[in-house]
Design a protein around this ligand. Structure first.
Ligand code: SF4
Length: 208
């Protein structure tokens, strides 16, 4: 009987790192650096509670000073607009401009997205579950916030049904109503609690 070869954790880690390195290396497009592309992707996918410089610094694993320089350059190039947070009126809140939305259609990581899209649904589901578990583990080991989506967050309330005087979904942590589109956006206050976000995303997509 043929014995199956075992794949070491080191080999898997090298593959993941290599993939990230190649995608990162493709970042010098349209005069934007990989860090600037990362920021545009972050502010495009983050929910309204997480579009602050400090949250981006944490997500990107960089210092607040470095994150602030990246953001400043994107504001001066017309890709981000800085507003005052509606929550406290003091902290900064950043939104993408139309120019940024247009350039994201040519995101250099599209090849990575296409490679993932070419996998079967089952393979994507399996891979996404595995990566989600690895991310959670690494974030915990490094004392970082895990970031995640409402659909698997312990603070999500509601079942999508409209009842009089109550929103279909609500954030129990912030006491804010949530609309359906926000359920799959990244959040800095995320706390793992419910079933995997990935499983939800795939089962929701299968119903569409
Ligand atoms: S439910 Fe969780 S992920 Fe969603 S906004 Fe609230 S804290 Fe963030």
């Amino acid at each position: 009987m043929t014995k199956k070869r075992q794949m070491s954790g080191r080999t898997v880690a090298e593959l993941v790192t290599h993939l990230g390195r190649i995608a990162h290396g493709e970042g010098f497009v349209d005069d934007l650096t990989p860090a600037q592309w990362s920021a545009l992707r972050y502010f495009s996918g983050a929910n309204r509670f997480s579009r602050a410089p400090s949250a981006f610094a944490e997500y990107h694993g960089t210092t607040r000073g470095t994150a602030s320089q990246t953001i400043k350059s994107l504001v001066s190039q017309g890709y981000l607009i800085r507003r005052r947070s509606e929550a406290d009126g003091r902290s900064a809140h950043l939104d993408l401009t139309d120019k940024a939305k247009a350039i994201l259609a040519d995101d250099p990581s599209l090849t990575l997205m296409q490679a993932a899209g070419a996998l079967s649904t089952a393979a994507r589901r399996h891979l996404a579950n595995v990566l989600e578990r690895m991310l959670g583990h690494v974030a915990l080991e490094h004392g970082k916030r895990p970031f995640g989506m409402c659909i698997s967050c312990a603070h999500l309330k509601g079942d999508g049904c409209c009842r009089e005087g109550k929103p279909p979904y609500e954030c129990g942590f912030l006491g804010e109503p949530l609309d359906e589109a926000e359920l799959e956006q990244l959040c800095v206050n995320y706390e793992a609690g419910k079933a995997s976000a990935v499983k939800h995303a795939f089962s929701r997509a299968a119903l569409r």
